[in-house]
Design a binder for this molecule. Structure first.
Ligand code: NAD
Length: 496
């Protein structure tokens, strides 16, 4: 890929990104922050400034929550039949599908992820809205036998205003799993996207005006987590917070939400293991494991950043893994057609990842491959594999959120499972084996919300629940469980 090819590929960056000043969406209107203050957006592949977004804070959040509260009870939304609400969700899927290239390109330029990856996220996004479009007609209550002179039944009702706060590492990847069920259940929402990757959400909000969604049902406030985010969590009229982010912030969010007993679901960080057994298809496992910790430049909550390989195949597997890392997962411009791994999302991320690798070096670990910044423009980091680690090292225990894997070996299933579970986190794991019995036994013993066998990272459209054990989260997204998270049950008892 020459500089000219890259320049040509970067012509895909949508004009929307270059607006002088982006605006928030409150009650169907596009508005600046009441303070008039703004925050910058930067292109991680070049380090260049891209645009400015409003720095919303508590007064803006209050206006958005009031708009959502009004819209929640307005017959234009509250009075819709399940069929009609389902049709609105299909319309949202339609506009996402029609503008998928644009939304994916916006995410690529703001978060540094390859177009191929953001394209996959957008394809999944519209499917998730279609999946949930089927739910408004199926939010059943039950009738309960209370004797001849009484009628008892339950109703499944929406919660009210739902605040949605999520990360920068896949804005259009993470939002649909929260927004679609919230709307399917009949709630109104206030969205607070990550401050470094808000543009796709602002564009989506514009596109929602093309659907029959009434004004005020979906509002967007941009700004810092400590200002706009915290004000949303603390707002007394918010019934529920759906949060994706780091474990540290998630714990803080739960504390703030406690005061008003606001419900929270938390999708948090991970330090997920990949377990490679000697009987696995090692070439396939090497590709899957490399994708597991290098994909999205390692900025994936489910990154399989701890690589556990059976001792007898260690050398063979490491050779396959390092060659996959070099050949397939070398960093490149997010817009270049062959790029599988793009940039880290900010300079702070680059410094954080470098700091972790330096700490491993200082503690006596060996860098098998990578271990340095890639190029001198933008925030790229070479895929890195670290060997000779000990269980207490920071690179083994803490989430790095960069393309860095740590390698250890195991002797048998018990040893593999013990190492896999030796972590405060429990988001995901991948198991690589050709033995069905090993696959099932190990999957049952791993303390994680998702176990992939002979694959990694597949999310499908929300049919399977997703969420964390231990400090990786609280509650589930997807599957039937998610509808309980966005509704509440009311009992009606009638004297006949
Ligand atoms: P972060 O916790 O810094 O920020 C996440 C969101 O929370 C942002 O929108 C931010 O503005 C907001 N926020 C920050 N402080 C806040 C506060 N005091 N009150 C309310 N909101 C606040 O996380 P990040 O660095 O953007 O994202 C990376 C983390 O997210 C990683 O730990 C990753 O594992 C995790 N993650 C988890 C999942 C999952 O589904 N489990 C998915 C993606 C990312």
């Amino acid at each position: 890929m020459t500089d000219t090819d890259t320049a040509e590929a970067r012509r895909q960056i949508p004009a929307f990104v270059r607006a002088d000043l982006h605006l928030m969406h409150i009650d169907g209107k596009r508005v600046p922050a009441l303070s008039g203050e703004t925050l910058p957006h930067t292109d991680p592949a070049t380090g260049d400034d891209l645009a400015r977004i409003p720095r919303g804070a508590a007064p803006d959040v209050d206006a958005a929550v009031r708009a959502a509260r009004r819209a929640f009870t307005d017959p234009a939304w509250a009075g819709l039949s399940g069929d009609a609400r389902g049709r609105v969700l299909h319309q949202i899927a339609d506009v996402i599908e029609a503008h998928a290239d644009e939304l994916a390109a916006i995410d690529s330029v703001t978060m540094g992820a390859p177009r191929r990856l953001t394209g996959e996220m957008l394809a999944e996004a519209s499917e998730i809205f279609r999946y949930y479009a089927g739910w408004p007609t199926k939010l059943f209550g039950t009738t309960v036998p209370l004797g001849e002179d009484r009628l008892g039944y339950t109703r499944r009702e929406p919660l009210g205003v739902v605040g949605i706060i999520w990360g920068w590492n896949g804005p259009m990847g993470q939002l649909p799993g929260k927004l679609a069920p919230a709307l399917a259940a009949g709630n109104a929402v206030v969205l607070k996207p990550a401050e470094t990757a808000s543009l796709s959400t602002l564009r989506l909000a514009e596109l929602l005006a093309e659907t029959d969604l009434p004004a005020g049902v979906v509002n967007v406030v941009t700004g810092l987590g400590s200002e706009a985010g915290e004000a949303l969590v603390a707002h007394p009229d918010v019934a529920k917070i759906a949060f994706t982010g780091s474990t540290a912030t998630g714990k803080h969010v739960q504390k703030v939400a406690t005061d008003s007993l606001t419900r929270v679901t938390l999708e948090l960080g991970g330090k997920s293991p990949a377990l490679v057994f000697a009987d696995a298809d090692l070439a396939r496992a090497a590709f899957g494991v490399a994708a597991g910790f290098c994909g999205n430049a390692g900025q994936a909550c489910v990154a399989t950043s701890r690589v556990l390989v059976e001792e007898s195949v260690r050398d063979e597997f490491v050779a396959l893994l390092t060659s996959a890392m070099a050949e397939v997962f070398a960093p490149g411009d997010p817009f270049a057609p062959g790029t599988v791994v793009g940039a880290l999302s900010t300079r702070a991320q680059l410094e954080r990842v470098s700091g972790y690798v330096d700490s491993a070096r200082a503690e006596g670990a060996r860098i098998l491959t990578g271990g340095e910044r890639h190029g001198d423009r933008g925030y790229f980091y070479s895929p890195t594999l670290i060997d000779q680690v000990t269980p207490g090292m920071r690179v083994v225990r803490e989430e790095i959120f960069g393309p860095v894997g740590v390698l250890t070996t195991f002797t048998d299933v018990d040893d593999a499972v013990a190492q896999a579970n030796d972590t405060d986190y429990g988001l995901a794991a991948s198991v690589w084996t050709s033995d069905l019995a090993t696959a099932h036994r190990v999957s049952a013993r791993i303390e994680a919300g998702t176990v992939w066998v002979n694959t990694w990272g597949e999310m499908s459209t929300g049919q399977l629940p997703f969420g964390g054990y231990k400090q990786s989260g609280l509650g589930r997204e997807g599957g039937l469980e998610v509808l309980d998270a966005y509704t509440q049950s009311k009992s009606v008892r009638i004297a006949l």
